[in-house]
Design a protein around this ligand. Structure first.
Ligand SMILES: Nc1ncnc2c1ncn2[C@@H]1O[C@H](COP(=O)(O)OP(=O)(O)OP(=O)(O)O)[C@@H](O)[C@H]1O
Ligand SMILES: [Mg+2]
Length: 342
């Protein structure tokens, strides 16, 4: 039986761009699917098709057991959506925005008021509840938009980059809200640029790139694909890096990567803590001083790089930024662009 969110062969083109190029999804009821991919991968397009906002060129989509193309109005009643860019009425207060959603869904006025109050508390908006939304900061708008998507406790939820622009405390709180929702039986599809977020919240992850699902599985399964643990060493003297690299290559089961500016060497290994001790002895024996050494499991960033050849959140629109050293810059530029767009 198909899951609460099901898609088969979704294709959507915009001129020459194949935003969706044959996407299949199947999200079992009560679980979270994390849709992960760089800018322009097709995440928002997938969300828009599944939430009836966009007609695909071909393919099939069923949400909450209802055919999205045949019965869009029924689907709309069964889902909640928080889009990539907060959609709130600027001229209403936070409280009025939430109450209006309740009324649209034909809640009784008393119930809508109570629910609005509860959500305003939950999303730390109680103090600003009676100010118009146009006076809200970007993060406040985003939280109001998420609260609006939760007014009617829909069985199936879509959240497009729900935590982009939230500070760490609010992000943590949103994660808790999401976990409670899912514990209560809600099925959720969320898109994210934060690999840690997918790792934390999603039962299953689909990695998309250029409109195609390029990998799917649990976070552990995806991590296993990149070849297990890594030893990371920060060498004290830059001059000793080539020698340290050769030492690591002897212990590793793949190429050692070098991050010149941080003097960090990373190599995939099999052998865990015992091997780490051997690496330390060998480096020490050669008099190579180290500032830091550790064993770590691959991050989803490693997974992304190994699957696509570039880090998440980098795009072909930023040529030359695919180097490890430019990664942080690419992220920041992306974030800045998002904030401007809000
Ligand atoms: N309305 C549109 N008209 C033309 N092209 C579009 C339209 N919507 C999306 N696209 C293109 O489709 C591709 C996928 O876009 P989409 O918004 O789905 O990406 P995304 O994965 O959500 O990216 P981001 O992480 O930046 O939000 C991009 O190349 C984008 O430029
Ligand atoms: Mg998007």
């Amino acid at each position: 039986m198909p899951g609460a969110i099901y898609a088969e062969g979704l294709v959507k083109t915009f001129g020459d761009v194949r935003a969706l190029d044959g996407v299949d999804l199947d999200v079992p009821e009560g679980t979270v699917l994390g849709l992960l991919g760089p800018n322009g991968a097709g995440k928002t397009t997938a969300v828009r098709v599944l939430t009836t906002l966009l007609q695909p060129d071909s393919g099939k989509a069923v949400v909450a057991g209802i055919d999205v193309l045949k019965h869009p109005n029924e689907v709309r009643r069964a889902i909640g959506l928080s889009g990539q860019f907060a959609a709130v009425d600027e001229y209403l207060t936070g409280r009025e925005n939430l109450q209006m959603v309740g009324q649209l869904y034909q809640m009784r006025s008393k119930a809508a008021k109570a629910r609005a109050g509860e959500l305003l508390d939950r999303f730390n908006l109680a103090d600003a509840a009676d100010r118009t939304a146009k006076t809200y900061s970007g993060g406040m708008r985003r939280r109001l938009d998420l609260a609006a998507a939760l007014v009617v406790r829909p069985p199936v939820m879509f959240m497009d980059e729900p935590t982009t622009g939230l500070d760490p405390r609010n992000r943590q709180q949103l994660w808790e809200v999401i976990q409670e929702l899912v514990a209560g039986g809600t099925t959720l599809l969320l898109t994210t640029q934060y690999l840690e977020e997918a790792d934390h919240l999603a039962d299953d992850i689909c990695v998309v790139d250029h409109g195609k699902v390029i990998a799917r599985g649990t976070s552990d399964q995806l991590k296993a694909r990149t070849g297990g643990e890594r030893v990371e060493v920060v060498v004290h003297e830059r001059d000793r890096m080539p020698e340290a690299r050769a030492v690591l290559a002897g212990f590793g089961k793949g190429e050692a990567t070098v991050e010149e500016h941080t003097r960090k060497l990373t190599v995939p290994v099999a052998g865990g803590a015992k091997l780490l001790a051997e690496v330390i002895r060998e480096l020490d024996g050669r008099g190579i001083e180290i500032d830091d050494i550790g064993l770590r499991r691959p991050t989803l960033d490693d997974v992304f790089i190994s699957l696509t050849g570039h880090a998440a959140a980098l795009t072909g629109e930023e040529p030359g930024e695919g180097q490890a050293g430019a990664k942080g810059h690419g992220r920041k530029a992306h974030k800045a662009a998002k904030e401007t767009a809000q």
